[in-house]
Structures are given as C-alpha cells and as structure tokens.
Design a protein around this ligand. Structure first.
Ligand code: NAD
Length: 343
C-alpha cells in the first residue's frame, strides 16, 4: 500500500491519509483520550475502540441533536474529562460533526481529532472545521467553526461500508472534481467500477485529491464568507429534494443536484453541452439515478424556503466547465425562472 501523506490546514490541523494504527500512534499517544463513536463502528472495529475510554452514541441523522450532545457532556463529567483530555471522534460525518461540537463547547473547548470511517467523512465532513447539530427540522443550525488537531483517513475502512454509503461519498467527490480538479474527474471516469472501492491505491488517490482541493479552499476562506461557498455546488437543489423526500440520501440528492445545475448552466449558455454530458455520464456510471423523484413544483417551493437566502437573494454556484465554477447572487424570482429550464 502507498505511504501515508499529510496535508495541513491553516497550519493548525493535519490530515493524515494512511493506516489508522500509524495515525493514532502519531497523534494520540501519552494523552488521556476519550473516543466518541457509533454503535456500528464499535461492532465492526471493537478492537480499536476498546483500547480507549469510549462513549458510544446511536446512529442516523435523528441522533444528531442537542439531546445526544447533552448525554455526552454528562458522561464526560461523570468520568472526569477535563481540558487536558483529547476527544477523538471515530466514525462518519455524524460522529465527527457531534464530536467537534462537543469538543469546542465542553469546558469551553478541548483538543480534538477524528478518524473518518466513511468516504463522505474522509473527503468532506471531517475536513474544514465545520461542526454542529440539527435543531427541529433544520440541519446544522447550531455549531462552530473549529479545526480538529488531526484527521486520520484510512481507506481500508471503506471495505465494510455499505454500497449506498460509498455512493453518498462519491457524489461529493464528483462535486469536488467539477469545482476544481479536471484531472480528478478524468481519473474517476477511467477508474470507476463496482470493485474500485476496495482498491487501496485508487481510493487513496480519490480521497487525497478531494481533501487537497477542499483543504485549499478552506485555507483561503475558513468561515465561508466567499470562495468556500463554491462547495455548495448542486446543494440548493439537493437540499430542496431532501426536504421533500427521504427516498434519497444526501449524496444521491447531491448527484441529482449536480446534474440539474449543469443542465441549468448549459441552458444559460455557460457550460458546454459536452461537459454537461460528461457530468451526467459519470454520475450514471457511478450508479446514480438523475431524476428528481418528486414533482418539480415541490422542489421549487423548498428552494423558496431555503434558510440560507438573505434579502431574498440566493447564491447559486454554476459550473463553467469541468474543473471550474462561479458564484452568482440572484434574486429568488430569477432562481425560480432558471429552475424552469428543468421542465
Ligand atoms: N461538517 C461538514 O463540513 C460536513 C460536510 C458534509 C456532511 N456533513 C454531515 O455528515 C453527516 C453524514 O455523514 P456520513 O454520510 O458519514 O453518515 P454517517 O456518519 O451516518 O455514516 C453512515 C453510516 O455508515 C456507518 N459506518 C460508518 N463507517 C463505517 C464503516 N467503515 N463500515 C461500515 N459502516 C460504517 C455509520 O454507522 C452509519 O450508519 C450529515 O449529518 C452531514 O450533515 C458535515
């Protein structure tokens, strides 16, 4: 297997892509460590979890809330965790988002790190220092920006990940490639297959390139005031679909969003038909269905309710070509108008 590689963010956070044992040796020795993980990871990787004091939470988006956070605080108090304790979240994006939030608020902040075990967490959720939990029906409404000291991404974890979860991660990988890495896009076109997810070299390349791109964007705009917003490519439509139906997971909704925003960008005369077709072909080759599974009028209604709009302006990210996109601020009326291109 390839050697490990380290990428740094804001000179305060290191992302280690390599074997988990090596990463833990590097970052988590001679400290009091408390691991936060979910029940699936504990079942599959008990030998790793069992080496540390640990707190096990349930799984699923439904537990990403303040009740879970409060239970973790209570447990940390019970076992006497203090400011010198290192919190390590081992799991997917739900575990890392919750661990980051707990670590930045418990006793006003502890040192923390992640071991990312899903493709989505490796390429996206664990990178960039956003964390938080859901409030009522609204995703990630409460949270902080804070970089973990380290993230360990070991693609061997992906071998036990269900296929649908792998797909969810690939939606974000393709997004990243469209935003800023044509070579990564070409690489996926050439190497994607049902069996590629167990190929360590292929997956390390995909994970590393995606992390590099996101790390570079976060380095330039940690708090999402400008360029970081490009990471929302396809997400306005994806979030609207997720509000209308639970049939698709986030990555599947992102894939539909990427396809639809490419069609819109093409209709607006920005993206070439050839690049639009390549995007659709790649998403379908990976295995995504690109149909919106609910009436378009429902999606438009949800876009109108998008919580992120301000003064009735929405920022829409449009692909210009594979490897580049732009951000346009549009009045809601214009957004509804361009969504009509999908009819
Ligand atoms: N902070 C950010 O910047 C950011 C970015 C993107 C997504 N997110 C958040 O990430 C969350 C989704 O993350 P996710 O897709 O990783 O979901 P997840 O954490 O729910 O993991 C998916 C499922 O896979 C299981 N699992 C995890 N690793 C496994 C492995 N190696 N083998 C077998 N099963 C495994 C989990 O127990 C869970 O059931 C959402 O809440 C989303 O809001 C955050």
């Amino acid at each position: 297997m390839s050697m490990s590689t380290v990428i740094s963010i804001k000179q305060k956070s290191e992302i280690f892509v390599g074997r988990v044992e090596d990463g833990l040796k590097r970052y988590a020795q001679n400290r009091r460590i408390v691991v936060i993980t979910d029940a699936n990871i504990d079942r599959l990787y008990h030998d790793i979890i069992n080496k540390y004091e640990h707190i096990i939470i349930g799984y699923g988006e439904g537990i990403k809330n303040l009740i879970t956070v409060q239970n973790i605080y209570a447990r940390l108090m019970e076992i006497g965790a203090d400011r010198s304790t290192l919190l390590v979240g081992i799991g997917g994006g739900i575990v890392t988002d919750i661990t980051g939030f707990v670590a930045t608020t418990y006793m006003r902040g502890l040192d923390f790190g992640f071991v990312a075990t899903t493709l989505l967490a490796q390429v996206d959720a664990s990178v960039g220092g956003k964390n938080g939990v859901n409030i009522l029906n609204y995703k990630n409404m409460v949270g902080t920006f804070a970089q973990p000291s380290f993230v360990i991404s070991d693609v061997v974890f992906l071998r036990t990940l269900p296929h649908r979860e792998l797909h969810a991660g690939m939606g974000e990988v393709v997004k990243m490639a469209i935003i800023g890495d044509e070579e990564l896009f070409n690489f996926i076109e050439e190497n994607i297959s049902a069996s590629c997810y167990t190929n360590i070299d292929t997956m390390q390349r995909i994970v590393l390139d995606s992390i590099r791109l996101k790390a570079d964007i976060v380095d330039r705009d940690e708090c999402e005031k400008g360029i970081r917003r490009v990471l929302n490519l396809g997400h306005t439509i994806a979030h609207a679909i997720e509000k209308c139906t639970h049939k698709l997971n986030h990555g599947e909704a992102v894939a539909v969003g990427l396809s639809k925003i490419s069609h819109i960008s093409n209709a607006m005369g920005i993206l070439s038909s050839e690049d639009m077709q390549r995007i659709d072909d790649l998403l379908q080759k990976i295995g995504f269905s690109l149909e919106i599974p609910v009436p378009l009028s429902d999606v438009i209604r949800e876009v109108r309710h998008d919580k992120k709009k301000s003064n009735n302006l929405l920022r829409i990210v449009l692909p210009e070509r594979i490897g580049s996109c732009r951000i346009e601020e549009m009045p809601l009326g214009d957004v509804e108008h361009i969504l009509d291109y999908l009819r």
